[in-house]
Design a protein around this ligand. Structure first.
Ligand code: FAD
Length: 407
């Protein structure tokens, strides 16, 4: 029978950061990832200053510097054809005063490579976790599927890092609080020209909002659409998406035929929820598996990574000593619940005050001559002005790499 000390389900930002730090702490870790590589579904590309600090502490900053990146140090909104600065990261405390935009598969590959250097770390790709093994009132391991067939692995502790559609948390039956989200997202790419703007370009139009991510030779575009409107939109020619975008960003008019069919446009379901209790004997959930995040503010990856660092710091010793208890798992939730509540609260405000009005056609900034009143007030008062960039870039209760993981 297969056995490990800590079984991690899911190799996203939370799972890989957790695996790396635990393995550096000498804990035997097996990570099961359902996909065959990291080059796949959209996962968001934002690497925040707190994560950049962590990469420095983990001795990975040189490898990270070799990845293709754009640095974003301000957020501008297009108002009446002009770009208006609404937040700047340049005055933040700390060494990194920007968000690095790096294709997430590159970051995950980097973390996976670093973890594989540890003799106690095992990564098994194309191996989805399919369920939980329970024994004597506790979770005792997982069942999985692989190219060789079905299997079972026993573990002292299972940590669910399998994202917002978590199989593990569904199997555990933990209670969830869910908030309605007014939008889903389309995800597609079109060619980028040398003369285009660079970095992140937000575009707010009539009942749609776009975020364009500069990936050098192409634009990766997320379009926020009203929840439930995808099916009807797909009855129309796919060209309409880009015609509508070019109406707001005329420099894209030469590319309205860039999408061949609706198959090029992926629908991403957005949800916002949180487990009441993140753990049960033998099982802990972190990252989106404990609290699914929406894209609002681009903060979910950072929160997931911070959860992983806290979990690894608190659990490495009891895991190594074979003494991990439910009280240790409760400590992880206690440490991470405040940042999670604050961050999800911020996302709910953004949904109601920004995204819902934008999708209902009440926030078409291209027709306005000035910012909406709340944003004008925010820009005028220095303390208020610096709060959103601080919350987005550094978050609440930032975590640092434990000593045993530093290089
Ligand atoms: C449309 C959209 C856009 C977003 N944009 C951003 C953004 O720009 N910036 C940002 O910070 N956040 C963004 N977020 C939120 C962000 O994606 C999540 O908060 C973050 O990815 C959570 O990380 P995680 O490691 O917990 O889970 P995930 O990143 O979801 O990783 C889960 C991993 O588990 C694997 N997995 C799933 N099921 C199984 C299984 N049964 N067995 C084994 N492996 C499994 C998956 O393949 C995946 O590798 C966005 C969210 C959405 C919905």
């Amino acid at each position: 029978m297969e056995k490990t000390t800590c079984l991690i389900a899911g190799g996203g930002p939370a799972g890989l950061m957790l695996g790396l730090i635990l393995a550096r702490g000498g804990v035997e870790v097996t990570l099961l990832e359902k996909h065959g590589d990291f080059l796949r579904d959209f996962r968001g590309d934002t690497v925040h200053p707190t994560t950049l600090d962590l990469l420095d502490e983990l001795g990975l900053s040189e490898e990270f510097a070799d990845l293709p990146a754009n640095h974003v140090d301000s957020v501008q909104l297009p108002v009446g054809g002009q770009a208006v600065l609404i937040a700047s990261l340049r005055d933040l405390p700390g060494k990194h005063k920007y968000i690095a935009m790096v294709p997430q598969w590159d970051l995950l590959d980097l973390l996976a490579q670093a973890a594989k250097e540890e003799s106690t770390f095992t990564l098994r790709m194309s191996t989805p976790v399919t369920g939980l093994i329970r024994e004597n009132g506790r979770v005792a391991g997982v069942t999985y599927r692989s190219e060789q067939g079905e299997g079972e692995i026993r573990a002292d502790l299972v940590i669910a890092c399998d994202g917002r559609e978590s199989t593990v948390r569904a199997a555990a039956g933990l209670d969830v609080i869910e908030w309605p989200v007014p939008f889903d997202a389309w995800w597609f790419r079109i060619p980028r020209h040398e003369t285009d703007p660079a970095g992140i370009v937000p575009v707010l139009g009539d009942r749609r909002a776009w975020v364009m991510l500069d990936r050098f030779s192409y634009w990766q575009i997320a379009t926020l659409i009203a929840k439930g409107s995808d099916v009807q939109a797909r009855q129309h020619p796919v060209r309409e998406i880009l015609e509508s975008l070019a109406g707001m960003a005329p420099w894209l008019s030469d590319r309205v035929d860039s999408l061949d069919s609706w198959d090029d446009v992926k629908l991403l379901h957005v949800r916002l929820d949180r487990l009441k209790k993140w753990h049960m004997p033998g099982l802990l959930c972190i990252g989106d598996a404990a609290h699914a995040m929406s894209p609002a503010g681009g903060v979910g990856i950072n929160l997931a990574i911070q959860d992983a660092v806290a979990a690894a710091r608190i659990l490495a010793k009891p895991l190594k000593d074979g003494t991990v208890t439910d009280a240790d798992l409760a400590k992880v939730q206690r440490r991470r619940i405040v940042p999670t509540i604050v961050t999800q609260g911020m996302q709910r405000v953004l949904h109601e005050r920004g995204m819902r009005p934008a999708l209902e056609g009440d926030l078409n900034l291209s027709n306005r001559t000035e910012l909406p009143r709340p944003l004008r007030v925010l820009r005028r008062i220095p303390v208020l002005r610096s709060l959103p960039p601080f919350l987005v870039a550094r978050g609440v209760l930032p975590e640092h790499a434990p000593k045993f993981a530093r290089r």
